[in-house]
Design a protein around this ligand. Structure first.
Ligand SMILES: Nc1ncnc2c1ncn2[C@@H]1O[C@H](COP(=O)(O)OP(=O)(O)OP(=O)(O)O)[C@@H](O)[C@H]1O
Length: 342
């Protein structure tokens, strides 16, 4: 369904020296530099797959998706979606894809939601009967009933996103690109949105490429993840694989008797464990991640109890967040090749 081979995108950025002199100089002698946003990506996604496309900010995710939707022309390489080269056949490509791009809306700001859908029905030439059935289904799953008569500008973020999702899936596209569909939403809305995406995939076999920084989205929706860093794919595999490979990772959460602002690892743990970013304000909690290959949980607990007064502790398997954080970390320090991870 989606075929990407050796895909590259370089942006040409105008460069100017600082200050007024620089501004004037740049009027006459424009200097450019090249930013390689995507550096040779390969991915093959089958019809009906739901794939998480993840990476740190600036890794090149949006640039890739813009090439898949036909908004951007690649610098080099091959892209095909459902047999079509998107940037050469933008209109044809648009008829079988749906997309949500972060905060941008595809609905019409000033008119009631229902009328936006009517317009989309005409744009995509959706048969009346199919339109009515699909809309009734979406109203039910996404609880859109009370929203249909309201102009988009009056909707809350969560209400707007539910309406956007319905718009993206209304013409029963073969592929849907979702860029941060749950960002800033409360848990109940996230749950509803995830359920809707899964239902669309199950019922219509929609292929989904999901970009998100919310690992819970990934865990609940996707069977496979592709991780990119600095324009390169650094991991492509199933969630199961990544979990079993990094499965020896463990995390122990310690609750300390005292409030410790600067928590440091005992000397013997420094090389084999690390303190995860701390979030509690009163500094009573610290979580330590380590691998069973390097040290046992019992040893970690023993060392920590020697150094700190521990009130309580819980042992957990590493969450996908921790694993991905680890892979990003490696990717940033140097290229991590498939072979190293697989
Ligand atoms: N139009 C543009 N002109 C020049 N450089 C750009 C342009 N768009 C993106 N870039 C650069 O290309 C790189 C990749 O950006 P991209 O938006 O694809 O990343 P991303 O993975 O989607 O990030 P985020 O998670 O923040 O959305 C970044 O360094 C960015 O600054």
């Amino acid at each position: 369904m989606i075929i990407v081979n050796d895909l590259e995108k370089h942006y040409r950025i105008a460069k100017r020296d600082p200050g007024l002199r620089g501004a004037i100089k740049s009027l006459f002698h424009r200097k450019y530099e090249t930013k390689k946003a995507v550096k040779g990506i390969n991915m093959h996604i089958n019809a009906g797959e739901m794939v998480g496309y993840i990476g740190a900010n600036g890794a090149g995710k949006s640039t890739t998706i813009k090439m898949l939707t036909g908004i951007l022309t690649p610098t080099s390489g091959e892209v095909k979606v459902n047999g079509i080269v998107p940037y050469e056949n933008r209109k044809q490509n648009a008829s079988h894809i749906g997309a949500i791009f972060g905060q941008r809306t595809q609905l019409f700001w000033d008119i009631p939601v229902r009328e936006s859908y009517e317009l989309l029905k005409h744009i995509y030439e959706i048969p009346q009967k199919q339109y009515e059935e699909t809309l009734a289904e979406f109203v039910d799953v996404l609880h859109l009933g009370p929203l249909l008569g309201i102009p988009v500008r009056q909707l809350s973020l969560g209400q707007k996103m539910r309406c956007e999702l319905a718009a993206a899936f209304l013409h029963r596209p073969k592929v849907v690109y979702l860029d941060e569909p749950t960002i800033g939403l409360d848990v109940a809305v996230k749950v509803r949105i995830r359920a809707f995406i899964k239902q669309m995939n199950a019922r219509y076999g929609t292929t989904v490429l999901l970009t998100t920084h919310d690992m819970q989205d990934i865990e609940e929706i996707c069977q496979r993840i592709i991780i990119i860093d600095d324009g390169n794919v650094i991991y492509d595999g199933s969630i199961q694989d990544i979990k079993s490979q990094f499965g020896e990772k463990r995390v122990i959460h310690f609750e300390l008797e005292d409030s410790i602002t600067e928590c440091v690892l005992p000397e013997e743990l420094k090389k084999v464990a690390k303190i995860l970013p701390r979030t509690d304000e009163d500094h009573h909690n610290v979580s330590i991640s380590f691998s069973n290959k390097d040290i046992s949980g019992a040893e970690v607990i023993h060392s920590m109890m020697n150094q700190y007064s521990v009130a309580d502790l819980t042992i957990a398997d590493a969450k996908i967040e921790t694993i991905v954080e680890e892979i990003y970390g490696r990717g940033m320090k140097g290229r991590v090749h498939h072979e190293e991870i697989h």
